[in-house]
Design a protein around this ligand. Sequence first.
Ligand code: PMP
Length: 367
Amino acid sequence: HEHANTTALEALPLRDNLRGQSPYGAPQLEVQHLLNTNENTHPVPQRVADAIGTAVHEAAASLNRYPDREFTELRQRLAAYVGHGLTQDNIWAANGSNEVLQQVLQAFGGPGRRVLSFPPTYSMYPLLASGTNTEYISGLRGADFTLTPNSAAQQVKETQPDIVFLCSPNNPTGTALGLDVVEAVYEAGQEFNTMVVVDEAYEEFSLDGTQSALTLLPGRERLIISRTMSKAFALAGARLGYLATSPQVTDALRLVRLPYHLSAITQAAANAALKHVDVLLGTVDEIKSQRDRIVDELQQMGLSPAVSDSNFVFFGWFEDAHAVWQGLLDRGVLIRDVGIPHHLRVTAGTAEETTAFLVALREVIAA
Ligand code: PMP
């Protein structure tokens, strides 16, 4: 596939730390049920799609000019959405939270610097690290994939990272971290001036009682909470990620962003969407109930789903997880083999998709 011409690639003067690496490559296949990339599988509600269409249409006539480099209206709308007393000065945005995270690495990572994270976690972190020539350090979790405040703080002290990436709810396991972990990591990183990023891409799907790290921002100027419109907002195709942090950090990110990185079309689409937050988030409760249904039914099947604060479920145990993945694909259901032995991950979508997944899984297990 991507590597058809490996020899020719190796002949290029590619940076050493990119040699032999594979690009991010969740399969994009034409399958009836696409439950592999944790998108919101519900289409954008028609009236929001219409509002986006109108806004983009209006923006089109001015495409001869560069867009607002400061995306001021968008930062105001995002600040209003995240609340917690934050203003536009606390908000930054880019083309997906992937780009937001890359900019954090460009500003605070780079050659001679290191980022600590705790696998299994979001697979883009090591790729963003190598893309910016930042050393990636794999921290350790407990056998059940949990991370305690003490263990996390100890690992920060040992590795003295420039940046820590915490993912909460964590992809691929789905479980949120306690705020005590975030506090302990920030505290342990004080003496090294460590930047602490909490990637809350899936925060809107959290279980009752799970708290956002936004509550920890006051007094912690090196804390960054990353969010996205790709998941709960059902706008993965629009490419809009953002973060909340101190104004000093957003000033640092201005040094590395490309001029006009958010196109006029992206800004128009995101602003129009943010006028309809309630409609856009209208599917979240239904997705959470499908998520809980998947957890219940997998338990009844004798499997072990992880606690999920997200719109996906991580589950095992299979002798040969890849064979189960293939069996599901043969039945028109694409889920994710995240490369963790004996485990798979499925996105919670509509009731029909959940049913299709569960029916197919029962068949595969019985086969
Ligand atoms: N963080 C996590 C944990 C994710 O799972 C994803 C998407 N898979 C992202 C960030 C990036 O999403 P986007 O660039 O679409 O905002």
